[in-house]
Design a protein around this ligand. Structure first.
Ligand SMILES: *Cc1c(COP(=O)(O)O)cnc(C)c1O
Length: 411
């Protein structure tokens, strides 16, 4: 059984058109190690350290202040935004990079409410990543709205003439469930509300189509599937039709039409630059810019096809290797992520009674996923550098660990 799956893995790897991308990343050289946490912190592209060293030594060390113009520091938030744009289906001039996802959630929700005055409700995904919920609640207090929390599956029941803005996660960070962005956006807009999407777990893993689906505002982070490095700056998308009226709650001097006029009053810049705040974290921003080169020539449709093939193959291997399988009544785990491709992101979440000790032992054996307390094992699949042999190895290691833990009454 195991030999057949290893052979199948080798054949899938040989036929994989993204296979050559793996060499662009630093992944360690122990064959048994499998990194399945790129949905939390993407791996390092090998060319990035030298590029960062150049930014530090030459641009900062030698050019110093001249780098704002000569090294393109000033325009970097929009330039890097334009580089991310094709990955999320946005045209140029609609994405700006800077600040954290949390800060951009705040900007988007407050600005969204201001674009829709007179309405009194901000609807939030009840299962949202916590930071989104906290910031939406603060945005509601500031704009005089109230929060309505709803499961995205029951969104329609929460929408009405009072709805100003709806904040949703494209892929649920815990379960890996992919929400239907086109139809939910249409439902939100049918009541005159604005759709704000958080793309943290979808950008770089699957097609998003922001322009094509008429999304109003979106945010996302760059250190997960986009491999920008720890704390790399997030992005904000503002649909072209909203840019003239976009009124940021954080109008710093970098969003001023003429920053060096040092004017006492804020006059917003044209375009998506009005989503900027103050001086960006240039080192992180330029590390991200370098990291994005791994996407050159990659089609996001092929990334999606491989992502689904990887998660399908993991389930096939786990079904075969794990005593009791992963879906049967005797299985030691249960799949939380939907089986339907149309509802699956690029991760698998497995519920398991002894999840903490299972994940600890997996990590000891080099298979790195993560734990979402109390009982969810999370495995992220990053199509640019995860291979099918990795998947087979991870599933057989999981099977061994589950068997061990089952036999160990102290575990
Ligand atoms: C990772 C993640 C964040 C992270 O926000 P930070 O401000 O970067 O800490 C926010 N929202 C979602 C949905 C995430 O998955």
């Amino acid at each position: 059984m195991s030999e057949a799956l290893k052979k199948k893995a080798a054949a899938l790897d040989a036929a994989d058109e993204l296979r050559s991308r793996r060499a662009l990343f630093q992944l360690g050289d122990r064959d048994e190690d499998v990194y399945l946490d790129g949905n939390s912190l993407g791996a390092l592209p090998v060319h990035v350290p030298a590029r960062v060293a150049d930014v530090v030594q030459r641009q900062w060390g030698e050019l110093r202040i001249r780098s704002w113009a000569e090294s393109g520091w000033w325009d970097a938030p929009q330039r890097v935004g334009d580089r991310i744009a094709p990955l999320v289906g946005a045209g140029p001039g609609r994405v700006v990079v800077g600040d954290s996802t949390s800060v951009n959630v705040f900007k988007a929700v407050v600005a969204g409410a201001r674009l829709n005055p007179g309405r009194t409700e901000i609807v939030v995904d009840a299962t949202t990543f916590p930071t989104d919920g906290y910031l939406a609640a603060s945005a509601a207090r500031l704009t005089g709205c109230r929060i309505v929390a709803v499961d995205p599956g029951e969104l329609a029941s929460a929408l009405g003439p009072a709805t100003a803005v709806v904040l949703l996660n494209h892929v649920d960070f815990r379960t890996g469930r992919l929400h239907d962005l086109p139809s939910l956006t249409a439902a939100i807009q049918s009541v005159g509300a604005l759709a704000v999407w958080d793309l943290c777990h979808s950008a770089g893993a699957l097609p998003v189509g922001l322009d094509a689906h008429g999304v109003d505002l979106a945010v996302g982070c760059t250190y997960k599937y986009l491999n920008g490095g720890p704390g790399s700056p997030a992005y904000l998308y503002v649909a072209e039709r909203h840019q003239r009226a976009f009124d940021s709650p954080l109008p710093g001097w970098h969003s001023h039409v003429d920053p060096f006029a040092m004017a006492p009053e804020h006059t917003p810049a044209d375009g998506v630059a009005r989503g900027r705040v103050g001086t960006p974290a240039i080192l992180s921003l330029l590390a991200l810019e370098a990291a994005l080169e791994v996407w050159d020539g990659v089609s996001i449709d092929s990334v999606r096809a491989k992502s689904l093939a990887l998660t399908d193959f993991f389930l096939e291997c786990a079904e075969s290797h794990v005593e009791g399988g992963v879906s049967g009544p005797d299985s030691p785990v249960s799949l939380v992520t939907p089986l339907a491709h149309s509802e699956r992101g690029s991760q698998l979440a497995l519920r398991c009674a002894k999840a903490p000790v299972v994940m600890e032992r997996l990590i000891e054996r080099g298979v790195v996923g993560d734990l979402r307390r109390p009982d969810v094992l999370r495995f992220g699949f990053t199509p640019l550098y995860t291979g099918f042999a990795d998947v087979e190895r991870a599933a057989s290691t999981l099977a061994r660990v589950l068997a061990e833990v089952a036999e160990d009454p102290t575990a």
